[in-house]
Design a binder for this molecule. Sequence first.
Ligand SMILES: Cc1cc2nc3c(=O)[nH]c(=O)nc-3n(C[C@H](O)[C@H](O)[C@H](O)COP(=O)(O)O)c2cc1C
Length: 141
Amino acid sequence: MKNISIIYWSGTGNTEKMALSVADGAKETGVEVQLKNVSEATIEDIKSSDAIALGCPSMGSEQLEEMEMEPFIDSISGEVNGKKVGLFGSYGWGDGQWMRDWVERMEEYGAEIIGEGVIANEEPGEDEIEQCQELGKDLTK
Ligand SMILES: Cc1cc2nc3c(=O)[nH]c(=O)nc-3n(C[C@H](O)[C@H](O)[C@H](O)COP(=O)(O)O)c2cc1C
């Protein structure tokens, strides 16, 4: 394992906090970590990374954010086969349906999903921060 990319969308900062924690966990293992807002990410970031973590809150109605994250995920559908992928994101009032759907979708693209997708109700608490750090570590194994 040499490098990991963490790519996220966050409107009010909750998912961004999770992204920073995934980065902290991964950095502990000594790998090179690239953290990017999805607006700056390209398909090359996926191609050149040994593992990726993707973060997005539940938006719309149990969906990925539709202007940037949804098209990005669509664009990488052919690039994640056999790749280690971790998912995380914040939600407000649902029960995590968007995350279950997202995990299933990435598995259909052939990704090796690490964990189950870390979810946090609004701002991540201590438990969720820890889960994100663990995800970062697990992605580097
Ligand atoms: C337009 C909009 C749609 C949302 N739709 C959902 C939803 O379908 N289910 C849900 O659980 N939360 C929903 N939320 C709540 C957000 O997922 C929640 O506030 C989350 O913490 C935002 O994460 P962020 O700070 O990373 O942007 C929605 C929020 C907005 C603004």
